[in-house]
Design a protein. Structure first.
Length: 136
């Protein structure tokens, strides 16, 4: 199960042969995200377990999950954008059903991120799932 926005990212990754091009694309996705208001970059929205500073704030409308996120690292902002594409717009009860690791493996991210970044992605996924569970 993947959203159309995530499928667009997967199609772009299929088109890009070189990992450096994919890496740049992830960074561009992060740059294209609207910045989070610094007033929301507080301990309550901070994601523990990430080497970089990461904040995720949920937005639930009509039972659908969305979130705003930000980071002090460009690649991490891009990873937040990828996760946003994966989860945004889903009914809150479906968020937990997404096999995020399998979807990210389709992009090759599991093979090309450092152990520290992979741990951070897992922490972001856990936070997103918890936020959706709390909203449901």
């Amino acid at each position: 199960m993947a959203t159309p926005a995530f499928e667009d990212i997967a199609a772009t990754f299929d088109f890009l042969d070189d990992w450096e091009d994919r890496y740049r694309h992830v960074i561009e996705l992060g740059r294209a995200m609207p910045p989070m208001d610094p007033a929301f970059q507080v301990p309550a929205t901070k994601v523990d377990g990430c080497a970089s500073q990461v904040w995720i704030m949920p937005r639930i409308e009509n039972g659908r999950f969305d979130f705003q996120g930000d980071s002090d690292a460009l690649i991490v902002r891009g990873l937040i954008a990828v996760l946003h594409a994966l989860y945004s717009g889903l009914p809150v009860e479906q968020v937990a059903e997404v096999d995020a690791q399998a979807q990210l493996a389709r992009l090759g991210l599991d093979e090309h991120l450092s152990a520290q970044r992979s741990n951070g992605v897992r922490a972001m996924i856990a936070r997103i799932r918890q936020l959706a569970a709390d909203a449901g």
